[in-house]
Design a protein around this ligand. Structure first.
Ligand code: 5RP
Length: 236
Protein backbone atom coordinates (compact mmCIF):
# COMPACT_ATOMS: atom_id res chain seq x y z
CA UNK A 1 0.00 0.00 0.00
CA UNK A 2 1.35 3.44 -0.89
CA UNK A 3 1.39 5.83 2.06
CA UNK A 4 0.11 9.40 2.16
CA UNK A 5 2.25 12.09 0.54
CA UNK A 6 0.73 15.59 1.00
CA UNK A 7 0.19 17.13 4.47
CA UNK A 8 -3.59 16.89 3.96
CA UNK A 9 -3.37 13.19 3.13
CA UNK A 10 -1.06 12.63 6.13
CA UNK A 11 -3.73 14.31 8.29
CA UNK A 12 -6.49 12.09 6.89
CA UNK A 13 -4.33 8.99 7.25
CA UNK A 14 -3.48 9.83 10.89
CA UNK A 15 -7.15 10.41 11.78
CA UNK A 16 -8.17 7.16 10.09
CA UNK A 17 -5.51 5.10 11.86
CA UNK A 18 -6.49 6.56 15.22
CA UNK A 19 -10.18 5.83 14.61
CA UNK A 20 -9.34 2.27 13.55
CA UNK A 21 -8.19 1.62 17.15
CA UNK A 22 -11.84 1.99 18.26
CA UNK A 23 -12.75 -1.10 16.24
CA UNK A 24 -12.82 -4.32 18.26
CA UNK A 25 -13.29 -7.96 17.31
CA UNK A 26 -16.90 -8.99 16.79
CA UNK A 27 -18.05 -5.49 15.86
CA UNK A 28 -20.34 -4.59 12.99
CA UNK A 29 -18.85 -1.41 11.54
CA UNK A 30 -20.30 1.11 9.09
CA UNK A 31 -17.64 2.03 6.53
CA UNK A 32 -17.84 5.59 5.24
CA UNK A 33 -17.10 6.95 1.79
CA UNK A 34 -14.40 9.31 0.53
CA UNK A 35 -10.63 9.60 0.67
CA UNK A 36 -10.39 9.70 4.49
CA UNK A 37 -12.72 6.73 4.92
CA UNK A 38 -10.66 4.88 2.31
CA UNK A 39 -7.61 5.10 4.62
CA UNK A 40 -9.73 3.62 7.39
CA UNK A 41 -10.90 0.72 5.22
CA UNK A 42 -7.30 -0.01 4.19
CA UNK A 43 -6.19 0.07 7.85
CA UNK A 44 -8.99 -2.32 8.84
CA UNK A 45 -7.90 -4.59 6.00
CA UNK A 46 -4.39 -4.63 7.51
CA UNK A 47 -5.80 -5.48 10.94
CA UNK A 48 -7.92 -8.30 9.52
CA UNK A 49 -4.85 -9.71 7.80
CA UNK A 50 -2.21 -9.11 10.51
CA UNK A 51 -4.20 -9.49 13.75
CA UNK A 52 -7.00 -11.78 12.61
CA UNK A 53 -9.48 -9.06 13.57
CA UNK A 54 -12.99 -10.39 13.01
CA UNK A 55 -15.45 -7.73 11.94
CA UNK A 56 -18.27 -7.22 9.52
CA UNK A 57 -18.17 -3.99 7.53
CA UNK A 58 -21.25 -2.33 6.11
CA UNK A 59 -20.15 -0.09 3.22
CA UNK A 60 -21.94 3.19 2.53
CA UNK A 61 -21.29 3.14 -1.23
CA UNK A 62 -20.42 0.83 -4.08
CA UNK A 63 -16.89 2.32 -4.16
CA UNK A 64 -16.32 1.58 -0.47
CA UNK A 65 -17.74 -1.94 -0.92
CA UNK A 66 -15.26 -2.56 -3.76
CA UNK A 67 -12.33 -1.27 -1.67
CA UNK A 68 -13.36 -3.30 1.39
CA UNK A 69 -13.46 -6.49 -0.69
CA UNK A 70 -10.10 -5.63 -2.27
CA UNK A 71 -8.37 -5.22 1.12
CA UNK A 72 -10.06 -8.23 2.72
CA UNK A 73 -12.65 -6.64 5.03
CA UNK A 74 -15.72 -8.93 5.11
CA UNK A 75 -18.82 -6.99 4.08
CA UNK A 76 -22.55 -7.29 4.60
CA UNK A 77 -25.51 -5.15 3.64
CA UNK A 78 -27.23 -3.06 6.29
CA UNK A 79 -30.27 -5.30 6.04
CA UNK A 80 -28.10 -8.32 6.80
CA UNK A 81 -26.34 -6.60 9.70
CA UNK A 82 -29.48 -4.72 10.88
CA UNK A 83 -27.79 -2.64 13.58
CA UNK A 84 -24.16 -1.57 13.92
CA UNK A 85 -21.81 -0.97 16.82
CA UNK A 86 -19.98 1.87 15.15
CA UNK A 87 -19.77 3.86 11.94
CA UNK A 88 -16.59 5.69 10.94
CA UNK A 89 -16.88 8.19 8.11
CA UNK A 90 -15.39 11.40 6.77
CA UNK A 91 -17.08 14.80 6.50
CA UNK A 92 -16.95 17.94 4.41
CA UNK A 93 -17.53 20.27 7.37
CA UNK A 94 -17.92 19.83 11.12
CA UNK A 95 -18.93 22.53 13.63
CA UNK A 96 -18.28 22.75 17.38
CA UNK A 97 -21.52 20.85 18.17
CA UNK A 98 -20.34 18.00 15.89
CA UNK A 99 -23.00 18.77 13.31
CA UNK A 100 -21.82 17.97 9.81
CA UNK A 101 -22.12 18.61 6.12
CA UNK A 102 -21.60 15.39 4.21
CA UNK A 103 -22.16 14.21 0.66
CA UNK A 104 -19.19 15.70 -1.18
CA UNK A 105 -18.69 12.20 -2.55
CA UNK A 106 -22.39 11.81 -3.30
CA UNK A 107 -23.03 9.04 -0.77
CA UNK A 108 -24.97 11.06 1.81
CA UNK A 109 -28.15 8.97 1.70
CA UNK A 110 -26.53 5.64 2.47
CA UNK A 111 -24.12 7.36 4.87
CA UNK A 112 -26.97 8.87 6.86
CA UNK A 113 -28.96 5.63 6.95
CA UNK A 114 -25.91 3.64 8.10
CA UNK A 115 -24.77 6.21 10.70
CA UNK A 116 -28.31 6.44 12.11
CA UNK A 117 -28.39 2.65 12.45
CA UNK A 118 -25.23 2.68 14.59
CA UNK A 119 -24.67 2.95 18.32
CA UNK A 120 -21.92 5.48 17.66
CA UNK A 121 -20.60 7.56 14.79
CA UNK A 122 -16.97 8.66 14.67
CA UNK A 123 -15.99 11.26 12.09
CA UNK A 124 -12.46 11.35 10.75
CA UNK A 125 -11.18 14.48 9.05
CA UNK A 126 -8.24 16.73 8.42
CA UNK A 127 -8.26 20.03 10.29
CA UNK A 128 -9.56 22.03 7.29
CA UNK A 129 -12.98 20.42 7.79
CA UNK A 130 -13.50 22.08 11.17
CA UNK A 131 -15.60 25.25 10.82
CA UNK A 132 -17.28 27.76 13.11
CA UNK A 133 -20.48 27.85 11.05
CA UNK A 134 -21.57 25.28 8.48
CA UNK A 135 -22.30 26.35 4.91
CA UNK A 136 -19.14 27.41 3.05
CA UNK A 137 -19.07 23.91 1.55
CA UNK A 138 -22.06 23.58 -0.84
CA UNK A 139 -24.72 21.49 0.88
CA UNK A 140 -25.51 18.32 -1.12
CA UNK A 141 -29.19 17.41 -1.42
CA UNK A 142 -30.18 14.12 -3.06
CA UNK A 143 -33.23 14.49 -5.30
CA UNK A 144 -35.18 12.18 -7.59
CA UNK A 145 -34.82 12.73 -11.33
CA UNK A 146 -38.54 13.33 -11.91
CA UNK A 147 -39.26 17.07 -11.91
CA UNK A 148 -35.75 17.92 -10.80
CA UNK A 149 -35.87 21.45 -12.25
CA UNK A 150 -39.09 22.13 -10.36
CA UNK A 151 -37.54 20.75 -7.17
CA UNK A 152 -34.57 23.06 -7.73
CA UNK A 153 -36.88 26.07 -8.17
CA UNK A 154 -38.88 25.21 -5.05
CA UNK A 155 -35.69 24.80 -3.02
CA UNK A 156 -34.30 28.14 -4.20
CA UNK A 157 -37.59 29.91 -3.36
CA UNK A 158 -37.75 28.27 0.03
CA UNK A 159 -34.15 29.24 0.83
CA UNK A 160 -34.91 32.93 0.19
CA UNK A 161 -36.92 33.02 3.42
CA UNK A 162 -34.25 31.38 5.57
CA UNK A 163 -31.15 32.48 7.46
CA UNK A 164 -28.63 31.66 4.72
CA UNK A 165 -26.39 33.88 2.58
CA UNK A 166 -27.06 32.33 -0.85
CA UNK A 167 -29.80 30.24 -2.46
CA UNK A 168 -28.40 28.74 -5.66
CA UNK A 169 -29.04 25.02 -6.20
CA UNK A 170 -26.55 23.65 -8.72
CA UNK A 171 -27.10 20.23 -10.32
CA UNK A 172 -23.96 18.13 -9.81
CA UNK A 173 -22.36 16.94 -13.04
CA UNK A 174 -19.89 14.16 -13.79
CA UNK A 175 -18.27 13.50 -17.16
CA UNK A 176 -20.63 15.94 -18.85
CA UNK A 177 -23.86 14.39 -17.55
CA UNK A 178 -25.88 14.60 -14.36
CA UNK A 179 -24.18 12.81 -11.47
CA UNK A 180 -26.06 9.69 -10.37
CA UNK A 181 -25.95 8.36 -6.82
CA UNK A 182 -25.81 4.66 -5.98
CA UNK A 183 -29.59 4.85 -5.59
CA UNK A 184 -29.99 6.30 -9.11
CA UNK A 185 -30.88 9.80 -7.91
CA UNK A 186 -29.21 13.17 -8.58
CA UNK A 187 -27.54 15.77 -6.36
CA UNK A 188 -28.31 19.48 -6.08
CA UNK A 189 -25.46 21.35 -4.37
CA UNK A 190 -26.87 24.29 -2.40
CA UNK A 191 -24.52 27.28 -2.36
CA UNK A 192 -25.54 28.81 0.94
CA UNK A 193 -22.33 30.49 2.12
CA UNK A 194 -23.37 30.31 5.74
CA UNK A 195 -26.18 28.36 7.42
CA UNK A 196 -27.73 30.30 10.32
CA UNK A 197 -29.83 27.44 11.68
CA UNK A 198 -28.66 24.03 10.44
CA UNK A 199 -31.11 22.08 12.59
CA UNK A 200 -34.10 23.94 11.14
CA UNK A 201 -32.76 23.73 7.58
CA UNK A 202 -32.22 19.96 7.83
CA UNK A 203 -35.89 19.49 8.72
CA UNK A 204 -37.30 21.93 6.16
CA UNK A 205 -35.31 20.59 3.20
CA UNK A 206 -36.81 17.14 3.54
CA UNK A 207 -40.34 18.61 3.33
CA UNK A 208 -39.85 19.58 -0.31
CA UNK A 209 -41.33 16.93 -2.65
CA UNK A 210 -38.58 15.40 -4.76
CA UNK A 211 -35.97 15.69 -2.00
CA UNK A 212 -34.78 12.28 -0.82
CA UNK A 213 -32.29 13.40 1.85
CA UNK A 214 -29.96 16.27 2.66
CA UNK A 215 -26.32 16.27 3.73
CA UNK A 216 -26.82 17.92 7.12
CA UNK A 217 -26.03 15.41 9.87
CA UNK A 218 -27.50 16.86 13.06
CA UNK A 219 -26.96 15.08 16.40
CA UNK A 220 -25.63 11.99 14.63
CA UNK A 221 -21.85 12.30 15.17
CA UNK A 222 -20.57 11.40 18.65
CA UNK A 223 -16.81 11.83 18.29
CA UNK A 224 -14.53 13.58 15.82
CA UNK A 225 -10.92 12.62 15.25
CA UNK A 226 -9.04 15.47 13.61
CA UNK A 227 -5.72 14.78 11.93
CA UNK A 228 -2.96 17.31 11.30
CA UNK A 229 -0.34 17.54 8.59
CA UNK A 230 2.43 16.58 11.04
CA UNK A 231 0.68 13.27 11.76
CA UNK A 232 -0.71 14.24 15.17
CA UNK A 233 -4.40 13.80 16.02
CA UNK A 234 -6.88 15.30 18.45
CA UNK A 235 -10.16 13.75 19.51
CA UNK A 236 -13.32 15.55 20.61
C1 5RP B 1 -19.01 11.32 0.83
C2 5RP B 1 -18.70 12.13 2.03
C3 5RP B 1 -17.28 12.20 2.45
O1 5RP B 1 -17.15 11.66 3.72
C4 5RP B 1 -16.85 13.63 2.45
O2 5RP B 1 -17.06 14.16 1.14
C5 5RP B 1 -15.37 13.78 2.83
O3 5RP B 1 -14.57 13.24 1.83
P1 5RP B 1 -12.99 13.18 1.96
O4 5RP B 1 -12.67 12.27 3.08
O5 5RP B 1 -12.55 12.65 0.62
O6 5RP B 1 -12.50 14.58 2.20
O7 5RP B 1 -19.55 12.68 2.68
O8 5RP B 1 -20.36 11.41 0.47
Amino acid sequence: MTGPTSPQEIAKYAAARQAATYVEGGMKVGLGTGSTAAWLVRRLGERVRDEGLQIVGVPTSSSTAALAREVGVPVATLDEARWLDLTIDGADECDAELNLIKGGGGALLQEKIVATASDRMIVIADATKRVEKLGAFPLPVEVVGFGMNTTKMLLEEMLEGLDVMGNKAVPRMKDGTLFRTDEGNHILDLHLGRIGNARQLALILNQVPGVVENGLFIDICDVIVIGHGDGTVETR
